[in-house]
Design a protein around this ligand. Structure first.
Ligand SMILES: Nc1nc2c(ncn2[C@@H]2O[C@H](COP(=O)(O)OP(=O)(O)OP(=O)(O)O)[C@@H](O)[C@H]2O)c(=O)[nH]1
Ligand SMILES: [Mg+2]
Length: 276
């Protein structure tokens, strides 16, 4: 058993419930089904949290919640840790799922906002967060209420995740990539599979030839090196940073057909909660 799996098993067995945090832009791509089945086998409650829901239209996150709840039978809540949305519903979902003094593990791919979510639930900053993925290094046990403690886990990527998926999920710090121009090609390819046309629409540029795309983007952004040569590396970093910040607004996984228009109850809608 590798380090990743021994941590998963330890967490699942030591916890009374698991919160799986996914990026609301890519709910199905972010899910770690092997972890979910370990939770199911251990007969522990699983709550799926679609975080960063501020980065998708409200009807999109609502449709995903509806789909995951009704078709996949998973307790799902959409939240935005950044804007403190949906946290009241999440708190209620937790307290309905587990009684007494409990420990909850917060798991999920790097940079999905696990530490930010814990900070919001806790009401004051205690789980360090950072824009740089892979920031939480060690397991931390934090108290969020009198009777609820949570494990904040380091983002550990299952090894089978492809490079393009890592790029799509913003797992890499663009400034630390050896060759961001090369990686942008993977990001474009992956984006085209998830949300065809989203990048071209955002930049109003053709993406058919990634090098030409970077040249045009460098021109638009005034990214020039000494001597006036276009700085394609910086253009690539810009594009990846835009993506990590959610600036490419239509780059998200569409909910399964039929759910986007379906009616939702007010419980499904993230709402402001300042009762922390
Ligand atoms: N737009 C938006 N950004 C968020 C939200 N939650 C977290 N972030 C940002 O996402 C980045 C990562 O947040 P963290 O809370 O450190 O993520 P993490 O899952 O703990 O990351 P690791 O510890 O590296 O696994 C930071 O730049 C946060 O500001 C959210 O709800 N909306
Ligand atoms: Mg963290």
């Amino acid at each position: 058993m590798d380090k990743y799996w021994s941590m998963v098993w330890k967490l699942v067995n030591q916890s009374d419930a698991i919160l799986e945090v996914v990026d609301a832009r890519f709910p199905s791509l972010c899910r770690t089904l092997s972890v979910e089945s370990a939770v199911k086998d251990a007969n522990k409650p699983l709550i799926l949290v679609l975080n960063k829901s501020d980065l998708v239209p409200r009807e999109v996150s609502t449709a995903w919640v509806e789909y995951l709840r009704t078709k996949e039978k998973i307790l799902t809540v959409a939240v935005s840790s950044r804007f403190r949305l949906g946290t009241g519903i999440l708190r209620r979902t937790i307290t309905r799922s587990v009684k007494g003094n409990v420990i909850i593990s917060v798991v999920g791919l790097p940079n999905t906002g696990k530490s930010s979510l814990i900070n919001i639930l806790k009401g004051r900053s205690s789980a360090p967060t950072a824009p740089i993925p892979g920031y939480t290094r060690a397991l931390q046990l934090l108290r969020i209420t009198k009777r609820i403690r949570v494990y904040d886990t380091p983002g550990v990527i299952p090894s089978k995740i492809s490079n393009s998926l890592r790029l799509l999920l913003g797992v890499h710090n663009p400034h630390k990539l050896d060759d961001p121009e090369y990686d942008v090609e993977y990001l474009i390819q992956a984006s085209e599979k998830v949300a065809p046309g989203a990048i071209a629409k955002h930049y109003d540029l053709s993406i058919d030839d990634p090098t030409l795309f970077l040249e045009e983007l460098a021109k638009k952004r005034g990214r020039l090196m000494k001597g006036g040569k276009l700085n394609l590396r910086q253009a690539a970093i810009d594009m990846m940073t835009d993506h990590m910040n959610g600036a490419i607004t239509s780059l998200y996984e569409s909910p399964p057909s039929g759910f986007l228009t379906s009616k939702s109850t007010s419980e499904d809608l993230p709402s402001s909660d300042d009762s922390t």
